[in-house]
Design a protein around this ligand. Structure first.
Ligand SMILES: [Zn+2]
Length: 355
């Protein structure tokens, strides 16, 4: 894990009419959007407090298709089975398995059927702002700056009723209307291998790890600063994979506890009585004169990485970027507040903050 050398992705958050671009969005563990309060409350929700980007969770509500247009010269997706149909079957299994990783987390509102059955398309360059969630292995994009292996472009709405292409009209602010996952196609430098093909292709990146990370973005995650988290922004070194491989018994084995906690925060399950713990506080500078004079109203430290560690096991259970709080109707206060939710009750936690 030490040789994490390549940037996994620039998570580009493009939105319509009210957009947070990557540098701001990445300051949080989740992609957030500020509702467009210039609209009537029936459209904006009536509060300017930032909202987490999220998908709807009923069965079939996240419908991905993937483009079977693969590169042959150079090959960027390496499979064990070399026949044309066997290759597609193997890739499809990796995609389904990566989705099952996130669906395998207990104590969330996401169920096994939240992802609709995968479909395929033979369309070239199938990714775009069309309201159809797509996975592309062939599509060049300006976001592929040096070192970017893959990225996910997410369109989040800042108002109720908005549609993108053929997406349904948004019923909540923060709803993700389009999420497309792009794998770098350009590369003689970059190849991705299925878990079956990885051992014999040690210079390739693990397709399952990179895709599982990207699917996290499609669910509303930004990056985590916890190195053992799937949402850490750097890919595992070529020939290696993140965490453990998923198993029938533990389909979410590749994830870190920080990912699981984040998913429970994003998609809370009211029936989950275990993960109801929350730790909240504020981070202040030792010297209050260290606070910026501008903008006014900054009373706490912004951008602290606050970590909750299980005292018994030493495991990092959840971490967040602190710095603000917001009570409807807003606006956000830059008062140094952090909050880590969805922690298991009945445990003791050590909390520390770092820059
Ligand atoms: Zn990422």
């Amino acid at each position: 894990m030490k040789a994490r050398s390549k940037r996994i992705l620039a998570c580009v958050l493009a939105g319509f009419y009210g957009v947070w671009f990557a540098p701001l969005a990445q300051a949080y563990s989740f992609d957030m959007i500020v509702p467009d309060v210039r609209q009537p409350a029936s459209i904006s929700g009536g509060s300017s407090c930032p909202v987490k980007a999220h998908q709807l969770s009923p069965a079939g509500s996240i419908a991905f298709r993937w483009s079977t247009v693969l590169n042959t010269n150079p090959v960027t997706i390496v499979t064990q089975n070399q026949t044309a149909s066997g290759q597609l079957t193997e890739i499809q299994q990796v995609i389904a398995q990566s989705m099952a990783v996130w669906m395998g987390v207990t104590g969330t509102a996401l169920a096994a059927a939240t992802f609709a059955p995968l479909t395929q398309t033979t369309t070239q360059n199938a990714c775009g702002s069309d309201g159809v969630d797509s996975i592309c292995f062939d599509q060049a994009d300006a976001a592929f700056t040096p070192g970017v292996l893959a990225f996910t472009r997410v369109i989040v709405t800042d108002r109720i009723g908005l549609q993108v292409g053929s997406s349904p009209a948004a019923t909540t602010v923060g709803q993700i209307l389009d999420a497309d996952i792009y794998f770098n196609p350009s590369g003689s430098q970059v190849a991705f291998a299925t878990p079956q093909a990885l051992p014999s292709n040690p210079t390739a990146y693990d397709l399952e790890s990179v895709l599982t990370h990207e699917l996290g973005h499609s669910l509303g995650f930004s990056h985590s600063a916890v190195w053992s988290a799937m949402m850490f922004p750097f890919a595992p070194a070529p020939g290696t994979f993140s965490g453990l491989r998923p198993t029938i018994q533990q389909p979410d084995a590749p994830l870190g506890d920080d990912d699981r906690t984040g998913l429970r925060v994003l998609y809370p399950n009211p029936a989950d009585t275990l993960h109801q713990g929350a730790i909240r506080g504020q981070i202040f500078p030792a010297n209050p004169l260290a606070l910026p004079a501008s903008p006014p109203g900054v009373t706490g430290v912004f951008g602290t990485h606050v970590v909750a560690m299980d005292e018994a096991s030493g495991a990092v259970m959840g971490a967040t970027m602190g710095g603000w709080s917001c009570t409807a109707p807003g606006p956000a206060q830059f008062d140094g507040t952090y909050e880590i939710d969805a922690l298991a009750v009945g445990h003791s936690y050590t909390v520390y903050a770092e820059p």
